[in-house]
Design a binder for this molecule. Structure first.
Ligand SMILES: *Cc1c(COP(=O)(O)O)cnc(C)c1O
Length: 396
């Protein structure tokens, strides 16, 4: 008999302020519903909660799409779901890459056996419609165009509407990664013509990681329904999952009950605030934070007119050590921020102001904490100028 290696203590950990690229802070209301007793996954009362979750998801995605549901798994499971349900071996696809998550889409599309044309964008900038048009002309039978709406690795918000129209004029679908935009930045699937989208719970919805909301319109559904081959993943096959989330209630896999409670509560909070008010709140706090960073003597990375309000990227000044600053923030202030990925590793910080965490208190706290971390590194950041600049945005 193997025995437990030691005695294990009760769960105890520091109370962090999660200002990184996700997970973000969770509303206490969401944590409370997660402690509710379980219902069975086919209990009529649970089925009603599923229906309400679907309705609320349609509201936050701004869509009437029937096929709108949360997949079991994190945001990447949504990415896998959307691409593996739409693609078959030999299909041609176009993916815009100007950050880490665009690259992940390419990887997944290739695993689906697709031939991928990559639009190489610059990190920190959007993919321009002209680049997509050129790619569509070079690959006229492309089945879909994949873009990241909110590129969490660079802090850029990609406009989608014009590109959706371009894709449609070439008979291609537009697929969008909305993991860091859903509930934090304007997103209107139906009005913009986004055909399939996926998101995650732990970013701007302020819910723990564990579910990945997806939505398919009729055009995307037609592609799914006319597949010649089965969806390669049994677990992610929407033709089966929609029979559980839809009217049939056909068992596929056991829904993660407590996570559905959590998502429903998080979406209820979004609906109470109102989507537009929530978008404005994220925008205001992001503008104040960026102004504050400049007041500290720092420079933001993303194209200013395409700034992602839920995640701000800032250049690390020369001579300042990335790891030391993040460790100082964690130890002295219990604040987590993110470092750079890929080509900007060690060069930028990523500060998330997502969901409930997007507020004036956190903006002020982050500016003060960052200025003290920078002073520790010999960089003279003026906290007074930083706070004055942020305050000026709130006052205007
Ligand atoms: C976080 C994120 C993902 C991946 O989500 P996981 O929940 O980590 O699987 C995908 N795309 C973007 C843009 C993200 O920010």
């Amino acid at each position: 008999m193997l025995q437990p290696k030691r005695e294990y203590t009760d769960l105890m950990h520091s109370e962090r302020v999660l200002l990184g690229p996700g997970p973000s802070g969770v509303d206490p209301r969401v944590l409370r519903v997660m402690a509710a007793p379980l219902l069975g996954h086919l209990d009529p009362e649970f089925l009603r909660l599923m229906d309400e979750t679907g309705e609320l998801l349609r509201y936050v995605f701004q869509t009437e799409n029937d096929l709108t549901l949360p997949m079991s798994g994190t945001g990447s499971a949504g990415m896998d779901t959307v691409l593996s349900n739409l693609l078959e071996p030999g299909d041609q696809v176009i993916v815009g890459v100007c950050g880490y998550f665009g690259q992940r889409m390419v990887d997944i599309a290739r695993r689906c056996g697709a031939e991928v044309a990559v639009i190489e964008g610059e990190w920190g900038r959007i993919i321009e419609p002209e680049q997509v048009e050129d790619a569509l002309e070079a690959m006229p039978h492309a089945k879909l165009v994949g873009l990241v709406h909110a590129e969490t690795s660079t802090g850029v918000l990609q406009p989608l509407k014009e590109i959706a129209a371009l894709a449609h004029s070439h008979d291609a679908l537009l697929v969008a990664d909305c993991v860091t935009s859903l509930g934090g930045a304007p997103l209107k699937l139906d009005e913009w013509g986004v055909d399939a989208a996926y998101s995650g719970t732990q970013k701007c919805l302020s819910c723990p990681p564990g579910l990945s909301p997806i939505s398919f319109n009729e055009r995307a559904r037609a592609v799914l329904n006319s597949r010649k081959t089965k969806v390669p993943s049994w677990y992610l096959d929407l033709t089966m999952i929609e029979r559980y989330w839809g009217k049939e209630r056909f068992y596929h896999h056991t829904a993660p009950i407590s996570m559905v409670y959590a998502l429903r509560e998080a979406l209820r909070i979004v609906a109470e605030e109102g989507l537009e008010a929530r978008w404005e709140r994220h925008d205001l706090n992001a503008r104040a934070f960026c102004a504050g960073l400049e007041g500290l003597g720092l420079k933001t990375m993303a194209q200013p007119q395409h700034l992602l309000p839920s995640l701000i990227t800032v250049w690390i000044p020369s001579g300042v050590e990335d790891g030391a600053v993040r460790q100082f923030l964690l130890q002295e202030y219990d604040i987590e921020i993110g470092g750079g990925l890929g080509p900007v590793k060690g060069q930028i910080w990523r500060v998330g102001l997502m969901g409930t965490n997007s507020n004036r208190k956190n903006v002020t706290l982050a500016l003060v904490a960052l200025s003290s971390a920078l002073r520790e590194q010999g960089f003279q950041a003026s906290v007074a100028e930083g706070l004055a600049a942020a305050d000026a945005v709130y006052a205007s």
